[in-house]
Design a protein around this ligand. Structure first.
Ligand SMILES: C[S@@+](CC[C@H](N)C(=O)[O-])C[C@H]1O[C@@H](n2cnc3c(N)ncnc32)[C@H](O)[C@@H]1O
Length: 492
C-alpha cells in the first residue's frame, strides 16, 4: 500500500528501462537542454549527459543529486519554478505526480492553472495534478522541441484530460499516446500509458494511438498503429479508451447500434447518484431499531445502500421484507414532508447519537439538519456503479430510494421494464458499458452518471447475426482484459 507521503506527493518511480526509452526518443542529442519537472530520485536524469531536474521533496532531490552528479537539481515546487522560466528546453521528460483534485488545492493549483493558460489550456477544479504538470511543461519547450512522459491511463477517459489533449494538438505537430495493458507499476491500482509529443509550434488534427500488451523497447512512437482524427475523438466523447478496440470491431459495434435502433439511456431517463445522508449509521435503521425508537412507518423508506442489494431484476416488497427480516439497516429516515416532527422522532433526533449526527459537516450545512436532500425522489430503477464482471440494473417496485453508492434511474417516458432489463443486459449494451465506463482498479468497472447516460440500450428485441454476436463478445472480452477483470473483482 502506498504511504501517505507517496500519495500526497504522487511518488511512484519509473522503471529504469522505461525512463531510458523515453529519454532516447525525446533527447537523443548530447547537446540537448533537457528538463525533468518532477525528477524524484533521478531515474531520468541518470540517463542524460546534462539536465535540469526539479523536485519538491528534499529527500528525493538529495537522492537525485547523488544519482546524477552532472545534473542541476533544483529543490522547488515546479509551478513556482516554472513561473520564472520560459520556452528554453529542447526536450522535457518525466513522470508527473498523480495527485487527485481533492488534494491538489491551494496556491499550487492556482499557479498551475494560471501557467497552463500559457499554452491556452483551461482546467477546472476537478483536475488531478499530472495534467497541468504536462501543460505547464509544454510551455517550457522551445520551438521544434519535444516531450515524452509516463501518464496515468486516465488520459484515455478523464474529462479533465480533454483540454490537455486539445492543447497539445494546438501546440505540437505530433501527439502520440501509447496504451500499455500490463501494469508498468504493479503496486498501483491505476494503469500508466506513455505520451510523446514533438514539433512545438506546430499543430495537428490527429492523435497517434498505439495499444500494446506490454512495454517493450520496440514500440515506435513515430509510427503509431492508428491515427485518430480529433473529430472522431471528439465524437467518441473525447475518450481515447474507445480506440482500444481495433477498427473492425469498432465498426461492427457502430453498425449494430444502428441496426438495433438502440437509444442512449439519457434519451429515456434521468440518471443521477442517490442521496448523501451525512451520517449513514444514524439515518439508516433496522426494523428492530425503528420499533425501539417508535419511528412511524410514514417516515421510513426502504433504501439501496450497496450494489450487492441489486442481485435480482426487481427490488420488490418480498425482497425488502427479506432484508428487514434479516434486520438489515435498510430503512432510511425521510422527514422531507414533515411540518411537525412527532415526539418519538424528535426524541431520536435529540438523543446523544442524534446530537453527534447533527454535528457532522453535511448535517450542519443543511436546514433542517435532519432532512436528507433528494431522499424523497423515488427512482424507476437502480444501476450498480461499481461492478465486477458487469453492471446490474434492477427495477424499483418497492418505492425504494438509494444512496450515492448506486445510480438512480428515473424514466422520463413510458418504457417497458422488461425491455429495459433485457436491453441493459444485451451484449451491445454490455460493450457500451465497458466503453463508456472506466476501470477503477482491482478489475472493477466504474460507471459515473454521465457515463451511464451515454450507454446505448436496445429497447426492442434485437438478435445480432452470428458475426455481429462474435464481434460483440470479442470486444467485451478485450475491454475486460484492459481493466484487468478477473474473478477476484467479483468478490470485491
Ligand atoms: C511519479 S513521481 C516521479 C519521479 C521520477 N520522475 C520517476 O519517474 O521516477 C513524481 C514526483 O513529483 C514530485 N512532486 C510532487 N509535487 C511536485 C511539485 N509541485 N513540484 C515538483 N515536484 C513535485 C514527487 O515528490 C515525486 O518525486
Amino acid at each position: 500500500m502506498a504511504s501517505t507521503r507517496e500519495k500526497l506527493l504522487g511518488q511512484f518511480f519509473t522503471p529504469e528501462r522505461v525512463a531510458a526509452f523515453l529519454v532516447r526518443w525525446a533527447a537523443p542529442g548530447d547537446g540537448d537542454r533537457v528538463l525533468d519537472p518532477s525528477c524524484g530520485d533521478g531515474v531520468f536524469l541518470r540517463q542524460l549527459h546534462s539536465a535540469v531536474g526539479v523536485e519538491f521533496c528534499p529527500e528525493s532531490a538529495a537522492q537525485a543529486r547523488a544519482a546524477a552528479a552532472h545534473a542541476q537539481v533544483v529543490e522547488a515546487d515546479f509551478f513556482q519554478w516554472a513561473s520564472t522560466h520560459g520556452p528554453e528546453f529542447d526536450a522535457i521528460v518525466g513522470n508527473p505526480p498523480f495527485i487527485r483534485y481533492q488534494q491538489f488545492t491551494g496556491p499550487t493549483r492556482k499557479s498551475a492553472f494560471a501557467l497552463a493558460r500559457r499554452i491556452g489550456v483551461e482546467f477546472n477544479g476537478l483536475t488531478s495534478s499530472w495534467a497541468p504538470f504536462l501543460a505547464v511543461s509544454a510551455s517550457l519547450v522551445r520551438p521544434g522541441g519535444r516531450m515524452a512522459f509516463v501518464v496515468p491511463a486516465e488520459i484515455g477517459h478523464a474529462t479533465y484530460a480533454a483540454p490537455l489533449i486539445e492543447g497539445l494538438c494546438r501546440n505540437f505537430s505530433s501527439v502520440t499516446i501509447v496504451a500499455i495493458r500490463e501494469k508498468l507499476f504493479p503496486d498501483l491500482s491505476q494503469d500508466a500509458w506513455l505520451l510523446f509529443v514533438s514539433g512545438k509550434g506546430g499543430r495537428t488534427e490527429t492523435i497517434g494511438f498505439t495499444a500494446v500488451d506490454r512495454f517493450c523497447s520496440r514500440i515506435d512512437p513515430d509510427n503509431p498503429t492508428s491515427l485518430v482524427s480529433l473529430r472522431d475523438w471528439r465524437q467518441a466523447g473525447q475518450r481515447l479508451r474507445k480506440f482500444l478496440l481495433p477498427a473492425d470491431l469498432r465498426e461492427a459495434y457502430h453498425l449494430v447500434i444502428e441496426r438495433a435502433g438502440a437509444t442512449q439511456l439519457a434519451n429515456i431517463a434521468d440518471v443521477t447518484i442517490g442521496y448523501v445522508s451525512g451520517d449513514n449509521d444514524f439515518f439508516h435503521l433496522s426494523r428492530s431499531a425503528a420499533r425501539l425508537f417508535e419511528i412511524p412507518d410514514a417516515f421510513l423508506r426502504p433504501t439501496i445502500r450497496r450494489g450487492e442489494q441489486l442481485a435480482t431484476d426487481y427490488v420488490d416488497q418480498r425482497l425488502v421484507d427479506r432484508w428487514l427480516a434479516a434486520n438489515e439497516q435498510i430503512y432510511v429516515l425521510d422527514l422531507t414532508s414533515t411540518t411537525e416532527v412527532p415526539r418519538s422522532v424528535a426524541a431520536y433526533l435529540t438523543s446523544p447519537r442524534g446530537e453527534e449526527a447533527r454535528a457532522r459537516y453535511k448535517c450542519r450545512v443543511r436546514d433542517p439538519w435532519y432532512v436528507i436532500p433528494g431522499v424523497a425522489q423515488t427512482p424507476s430503477a437502480f444501476i450498480t456503479c461499481m461492478s465486477g464482471r458487469e453492471s446490474r440494473l434492477a427495477i424499483n417496485r418497492a418505492g425504494a430510494v438509494c444512496t450515492n453508492s448506486v445510480l438512480s434511474v428515473s424514466l422520463m417516458q413510458r418504457v417497458s421494464h422488461r425491455g429495459l432489463l433485457r436491453g441493459w443486459r444485451h451484449p451491445l449494451s454490455r460493450l457500451c458499458q465497458e466503453l463508456e465506463g472506466h476501470p477503477l482498479g482491482g478489475g472493477m468497472l466504474k460507471l459515473e452518471p454521465g457515463e451511464a447516460r451515454r450507454v446505448h440500450v436496445p429497447l426492442r428485441p434485437f438478435h445480432p447475426t452470428k458475426a455481429e454476436g462474435l464481434a460483440l463478445a470479442e470486444s467485451i472480452d478485450l475491454m475486460r482484459t484492459w481493466r484487468h477483470y478477473g474473478p477476484d473483482a467479483d468478490r470485491a
